[in-house]
Design a protein around this ligand. Structure first.
Ligand code: BGC
Length: 758
């Protein structure tokens, strides 16, 4: 025992000495300075050109051979790295690459980078959104909107760990994820990338995903640097259209949009990407107040701030707050951007160089950014080994990853309607399956799925099932009557004539409706209502005198109030991805009991988009003076809604104290029992209500959630904690405060009260 201790001490002493004065990096970069001084030493050796280059990020197109999507043009690469000193490259050209292609690309880039005098490796960045989107054969998980519906944080964390491994296996160490915008505008075309309308839900999922991506160390083959995006307010576009202005009062900014970023910084996110658009007339990329005072000063973020795509030059060409491209660069850098996702040319590099030489931007300011970028590269282990790590490759596409994708799809599916227990369907039923999502893969996956738009059916692994194929596997192809084409927009998918013919033999009609695949601007819509051809199909189905089940495959809540009364059973699948069809089929035929809960309010009308945490006054209707009705929150389904094939009851809430004081924590407990006919899972949610406050309080706010599994007849005690800081409001002076007073805590149909006293 003693001798072991002695050896340990000796090793510790020797290694601490060697850390101080010998070669710290055995790999590509040989230096005699200590680890802690390494970045400063390197920075001191760099020319201004090299520094400005580090702040430049270009897309892979810039270094590809003319006409090729994968082949690097060495001459172009040398211009990028040797002449322009670029610090980072991103993206793919066209669609996902194979692991082998990635290996060639990354290793070629690093070969050139390491042949430069200062041997600074390139950090490659990618959008590995809901899985490693841009590597063929990777595992794709439900989009965040479905993950949030699962209310299962461990599952989201596991999916993020797998994403990190498969991304690292591709030789990429920087992931532009997670998206932390709270999505309170359902028209927005990136709604599916969000965790929905609630800040608590977004924060909890976001923080765990960041921790899973970054692990204990970024110098590990299982991790990638995360990127909390898009700071801040991107989700709040007034028009609902992508990259359009938001108008956010400071109180709302701090109450709803800031908390996920605040916690992401505390959780150690290494990088932050900026909102492409503007808030209150000020492009976020130009806002020193938001990028420097708030993000760095107040939140204490000290990692790398990267611009979004072309967003510095857009200060000139689109936003028109900079009269020249050069002025745009000056504004963006002085606001606090460290790296510009330029990404198609070297204009940013050239202009930034001129600006520093002209004294319009100080070299000190440049050093701040370059230091952060070099520190990121150091943390990622790039100076030790910049090449694709062989051990990382072996972690790609393991069989068990599919299990996580399946569990996530399974737990996200949300049962919205089940009149007369139409669901689950009998496995003996003959089913007419129709609609554009019935036999199509891309609508199950949508954005960032092997292509940006996710709409290339040929890139999905052969093993991925459509809903039709999953139905056939369970009830046999002879019992599935389906004429839906694999092409989403094929006219036969919404043909009334087709269903009229097929319905004759069917016992039940299952319609798979919703939205095609899309990402960003191509997903912009003018009307939240479900498309007319799909509404017409549902109406035609309702004349065929068969019960109808609707499976919604969509990234945002498309309004269906016109057809909802015609349908007996409704499932919302969101974008369930690779194992989605199997999970949908198993829920439909009763092999699975659904347990998803809406992470947003599902609106009934286009002109009524109230979120669940609205103000009381928003629910008032005064038909004639004094005749007031509180009927204003009238969505199709409220936030948190989700049925099951079993029933649950809640016992009384037990609260550890009716008084809460600063530095104290309340424990809130409740017994939940499965009293229904089946085993099942339930997300138990705790809401709080501030009864009176100096600014009007919302009617309720989610403060905790836990997903539990209960067998038929089983009961479990679920407990939550409430700390004073959970009860914060933004007061009249826009300060975050907790005010003394009475609060109500609500779980299921149970309520209890407590008082907060400083
Ligand atoms: C998106 C970002 C993404 C970036 C790089 C932009 O268009 O807004 O979310 O990370 O492209 O692909």
């Amino acid at each position: 025992m003693k001798s072991k201790l002695l050896t340990f001490l000796l090793v510790a002493i020797v290694s601490s000495i060697s850390n101080q004065c010998t070669k710290s990096y055995p790999g590509t970069y040989n230096t005699t300075v200590s680890k802690s001084d390494f970045v400063e030493h390197l920075l001191s050796k760099l020319s201004l050109e090299e520094k400005v280059g580090q702040m430049t990020q270009v897309t892979i197109d810039v270094v590809l051979r003319e006409g090729s999507k994968t082949e690097i043009d060495l001459e172009k690469l040398k211009v990028a790295i040797q002449e322009k000193h670029v610090g980072s490259i991103l993206n793919v050209n066209g669609g996902a690459y194979s692991l082998e292609t990635w290996k060639t690309i990354i290793n070629t880039i690093q070969d050139v980078a390491l042949s430069t005098p200062n041997k600074i490796p390139v950090v490659y960045g990618i959008d590995a959104i809901h899985g490693t989107s841009y590597t063929l054969g990777s595992t794709l998980f439900p989009h965040n909107i479905g993950m949030a519906a699962s209310r299962n944080i461990e599952l989201a964390s596991r999916a993020a760990e797998i994403t990190a491994k498969e991304t690292r296996a591709s030789g990429i160490r920087w992931n532009f994820d997670p998206m932390l915008g709270v999505a309170r505008q359902p028209l927005w075309s990136r709604f599916e990338e969000s965790f929905g309308e609630d800040p608590h839900l977004t924060t909890q999922f976001g923080v765990e995903i960041i921790k899973a991506y970054e692990g204990k160390s970024l110098n590990d083959i299982t991790t990638v640097a995360s990127c909390a995006k898009h700071f801040i307010g991107y989700t709040a576009a007034q028009s609902g259209k992508d990259r359009t202005p938001a108008y956010i009062p400071e109180r709302q900014l701090r109450q709803f949009y800031l908390p996920p970023f605040q916690e992401a910084v505390k959780a150690g996110t290494s990088t932050v990407m900026i909102n492409s658009s503007e808030i209150n007339g000020i492009p976020v990329h130009s806002s020193k107040k938001l990028l420097t005072d708030l993000l760095r000063g107040e939140l204490g973020f000290n990692g790398v701030v990267v611009s979004d795509w072309e967003d510095i030059i857009r200060l000139h060409v689109r936003d028109r707050i900079a009269a020249t491209p050069k002025e745009a660069v000056r504004i963006g850098i002085n606001a606090g951007i460290d790296m510009s996702m330029v990404p198609y040319d070297y204009s940013f590099y050239d202009l930034l160089l001129e600006l520093v030489n002209e004294g319009k931007i100080s070299e000190k300011r440049i050093d701040q950014s370059v230091r952060r970028i070099l520190l990121l590269k150091e943390k990622l282990g790039l100076f030790e080994n910049a090449y694709v790590e062989e051990e990382a490759i072996s972690q790609f596409n393991k069989k068990e990853y599919q299990e996580t994708a399946y569990n996530a799809a399974k737990e996200s599916i949300t049962l919205l309607k089940n009149d007369n227990n139409i669901l689950p369907l009998s496995k003996k039923a003959k089913v007419l399956l129709a609609g554009p999502s019935a036999n199509n893969l891309s609508s199950l996956h949508s954005s960032w799925s092997y292509t940006w738009q996710g709409d290339n059916e040929s890139l999905y692994p052969a093993s991925t099932q459509t809903v039709k194929e999953a139905f056939e596997e369970i009830i046999g192809s002879e019992n599935v009557l389906c004429a839906s084409d694999k092409t989403y927009d094929h006219p036969s998918n919404t043909s009334e004539d087709v269903i009229k013919v097929l319905a004759k033999e069917a016992d039940v009609i299952v319609l798979c409706l919703g939205e095609r695949a899309y990402a960003e601007s191509p997903g912009v819509i003018n009307d939240l209502t479900l498309s007319q051809d799909q509404l017409t199909l549902a109406k035609a189905a309702s004349t065929l005198e068969k019960p109808i089940v609707l499976v919604l495959v969509e990234g945002r809540p498309r309004i269906i109030s016109e057809i909802e009364p015609l349908i007996s059973g409704i499932l919302l699948a969101y974008r369930p991805a690779s194992m989605g069809a199997k999970a949908i089929a198993e829920v439909v035929f009763g092999d699975l009991n659904p347990s998803g809960k809406l992470p947003f309010t599902y609106p009934r009308f286009t002109g009524d988009l109230l979120t669940y945490d609205h103000k009381l006054s928003e629910t008032f209707t005064e038909y004639k003076p004094g005749d007031i009705h509180m009927n204003g929150y009238n969505p199709q389904w409220p936030f948190g809604f989700g049925l099951s094939y079993t029933d649950f009851t809640y016992g009384n809430i037990q609260i550890s104290n009716t008084r809460l004081q600063s530095n104290e924590t309340l424990t809130v407990q409740v017994d939940v029992k499965n009293i229904g006919p089946n085993d099942g899972s339930i997300a138990v949610e705790m809401y709080c209500r501030d009864l009176y406050a100096s600014v009007t309080p919302p009617v309720k706010q989610l403060k905790g959630f836990k997903k539990i599994r209960l067998n038929n007849g089983q009961q479990k005690n679920v407990s939550f904690e409430i700390k004073p800081s959970d009860l914060f409001i933004i007061d009249q002076n826009n300060n975050q405060v907790v005010e003394e007073g009475d609060f109500e805590v609500m779980i299921g149909n149970q309520k209890a009260k407590f008082t907060f006293q400083n």
